[in-house]
Design a protein around this ligand. Structure first.
Ligand SMILES: [Zn+2]
Ligand SMILES: [Zn+2]
Length: 372
């Protein structure tokens, strides 16, 4: 599992200064604080993430370490949290001075204790770091559904952590190679430097008994059905985030998020451009020449539209407010009606005669303005 991107969690770029990080944290913390969102597990999880990210990025030294360690941060942290409750361990930052920082000890849990009044607990660090995967899934909607909003049943095929063994793969025992610390011992003294134990990969535990339900893999195939609310005004390519409906986290880890990518199916009559709807309306030559009132299909039913006398083929008329609803804010786009004059191809003798009569009375040349 890749390390968490604390910068992404706080929504700041990697070069952000202390002030920008603090302000981003304050803004997010206000929004997600458990007091503001009582009984909202997702907000609580998010709040913990934010706090954790700020705890590291808000401290110049820790931030430097995080920048150096990258992905190792979560792997190393996971081993310590699970293997040595409250004990923690030190990791070498690589500098010649042998500077070390306690990844797995009281630091994070102390923060949480202060914020939530929870007691420090073994496995806590591991749980927060084993968040489930984010999933992307495509849903198709008709233009009507995209315009008026709908509820869609989504079926996801997932690889989920096995419930029988909680994603572990079987019964575990303390790793014999490292004695449960998750670290390969090298030297000793105050700075107990080392790298993750190769036998248990830093987990501090190895499998002693394979789980029958998942055959030791720790995960099983599963399907999940859920009804998702598609808001009015979504566009082709819109992404809808469904918090907590991604892959389940391992152990007590939070679930990932589900991202639904919306595909709007082509409509036979309407074409959407932004929040406007475009369509083509066939009218007859007499309607165009003499003017008429015709009916136009809109997404709010048929409406009457006045065709002015002398309307040309290709001319576009606007029906105000009959487009798509604006996704944010009020109001609608417009509907644009492009006129297409239809020429009859089944004239009777009498009709041919009448048209010829009319033509003989007209002297204009519609191509007179063309230079070539
Ligand atoms: Zn080990
Ligand atoms: Zn299992």
């Amino acid at each position: 599992m890749p390390g968490r991107d604390y910068y992404q969690i706080l929504g700041v770029d990697r070069g952000a200064d202390k002030k920008a990080i603090k302000s981003a944290y304050r803004k997010l913390a206000r929004k997600c604080h458990p007091d503001v969102n009582p009984n909202d597990k997702r907000a609580e999880t998010r709040f913990k993430e934010i706090s954790e990210a700020y705890h590291v990025l808000g401290d110049a030294e820790k931030r430097k370490l995080y920048d150096q360690f990258g992905d190792n941060w979560s792997r190393v942290g996971a081993g310590a949290g699970a293997g040595q409750p409250g004990g923690g361990f030190t990791a070498n930052a690589g500098g010649p001075e042998g500077f070390s920082y306690d990844f797995g000890g009281g630091d994070f849990s102390d923060v949480f204790e202060t914020l939530f009044g929870q007691s420090r607990r073994a496995g806590r660090t591991r749980a927060t770091l084993n968040k489930g995967q984010d999933i992307e899934h495509e849903i198709a909607v008709t233009l009507d559904e995209a315009l008026s909003g709908t509820t869609k049943r989504v079926q996801l095929s997932l690889r989920e952590p096995c419930q029988s063994c909680h994603g572990v793969g079987g019964r575990t025992q303390t790793c014999g190679a490292c004695g449960g610390s998750g670290m390969q011992k090298q030297g000793g003294g105050i700075f107990n430097l080392g790298s993750p134990c190769p036998r248990c990969h830093g987990q501090g535990e190895t499998l002693s008994d394979t789980c029958g339900a998942c055959h030791g893999s720790g995960s099983v195939d599963s399907t999940r059905k859920l009804d998702v609310n598609v808001p009015a005004g979504v566009k082709d390519g819109s992404r809808i985030r469904v918090g907590g409906q991604g892959g389940s986290g391992a152990g007590n880890g939070a679930s990932g998020d589900l991202y639904l990518r919306v595909r709007v199916e082509k409509d036979a009559f309407f074409e959407r451009r932004g929040d406007d709807l475009h369509c083509e309306l066939p009218i007859s030559f007499p309607e165009a020449a003499l003017g008429a009132e015709v009916q136009v299909p809109t997404k709010k039913g048929r409406v009457n539209m006045k065709i002015p006398a002398g309307t040309q083929s290709g001319q576009t008329l606007r029906l105000s407010g009959l487009g798509a609803p604006h996704l944010r804010g009020n109001g609608h786009g417009d509907q644009y009606v492009k006129i297409k004059i239809v020429v009859p191809n089944d004239l009777t003798e009498e009709e041919r005669f009448l048209i010829k009569e009319m033509a003989s009375k007209r002297t204009e040349n519609p191509r007179s303005h063309l230079k070539v």
